[in-house]
Write a protein that binds this ligand. Structure first.
Ligand code: AMP
Length: 131
């Protein structure tokens, strides 16, 4: 059974896409800690981040770097924080979260409730800055 994230990559489940290349896909987290909270995933289905190959982790981190730069341009912040949890969805992913303070990285914080139009606008704003 494919993971929900593989179904997103396949286009079987909708997502607010931010960027992609042949190996990786970036889309908005549906329960964001902040506007611009993005997930970066490998298209290859692997549960535990550290089970990815050395080459995949290196390439994924470079891809995430470019996504983070686009997030920071679209949503000015002190820095874009990065976290790997993976306790909920068994498909490796990097969280990228625009931070104004350390507290913005607390996953126990209440999540933002955004409309589909807001999600769409956020994804477009980041996608437009992605190079
Ligand atoms: P974790 O596995 O603990 O890193 O958490 C998984 C993250 O994926 C959570 O922040 C969820 O809000 C997010 N998530 C789960 N399903 C979707 C989805 N269909 N689209 C976007 N984000 C999702």
């Amino acid at each position: 059974m494919a993971t929900i994230f593989s179904m997103i990559v396949a286009g079987d489940i909708p997502s607010y896409k931010v960027a992609e290349n042949d190996q990786f896909y970036a889309f908005l987290d549906i329960n964001p800690l902040a506007k611009g909270h993005t997930l970066v995933i490998p298209k290859r289905e692997v549960d535990y981040f550290f089970d990815l190959t050395d080459e995949e982790i290196a390439a994924m981190q470079v891809f995430a770097k470019h996504v983070a730069a686009a997030i920071k341009e679209a949503f000015p912040c002190k820095k874009v924080g990065q976290a790997v949890l993976g306790l909920e969805v068994p498909h490796a992913h990097i969280h990228l979260v625009p931070m104004q303070s350390e507290k913005d990285m607390l996953f126990s914080n209440p999540k933002l409730k955004l409309t589909p139009e807001e999600f769409k606008a956020i994804a477009e704003a980041i996608a437009n800055k992605f190079v």
